[in-house]
Design a protein around this ligand. Structure first.
Ligand SMILES: [Zn+2]
Length: 118
């Protein structure tokens, strides 16, 4: 694999990891909503038979899944950034302000904002 292809590949993987991480965050929030709904039902003493426990299990399940996706992709993201091997940080992202590795990124590897190519 040429250096160029490898770079493009890593960039794509980075973008994918970020996307999955956002998906994980979404699931975490969704899970929390279900957990809050469960607490709300408990508080209002609305016992809907097995539905209460179903809401709780769904909430905990989705929450745990989201958290897992989040952590897993965060680690993947770190590993990929390491693989870039370039420790020179030339540019700073205009959106999130993080340092971007000096390897001609088309987008910010942290927040995904498109970058102007120089
Ligand atoms: Zn950024």
């Amino acid at each position: 694999m040429s250096e160029e292809t490898k770079l493009a590949y890593i960039q794509e993987r980075l973008r994918e990891a970020k996307r999955h991480q956002r998906y994980g965050t979404f699931l975490t929030i969704l899970g929390l909503i279900f957990i809050i709904l469960y607490l709300f039902l408990l508080f209002r003493r609305w016992y809907l038979g097995n539905l209460n426990i179903l809401v709780l299990l769904l909430g905990l399940g989705v929450f745990a899944w989201g958290l897992f996706e989040n952590v897993r992709n965060d680690l993947k993201h770190r590993v990929l950034l390491d693989q870039l091997g370039k420790k020179t940080f030339a540019t700073t992202c205009p959106k999130c302000g993080k340092d971007i590795p000096n390897v001609n990124f088309a987008f910010c590897p942290f927040c995904g904002v498109e970058l102007e190519r120089k």
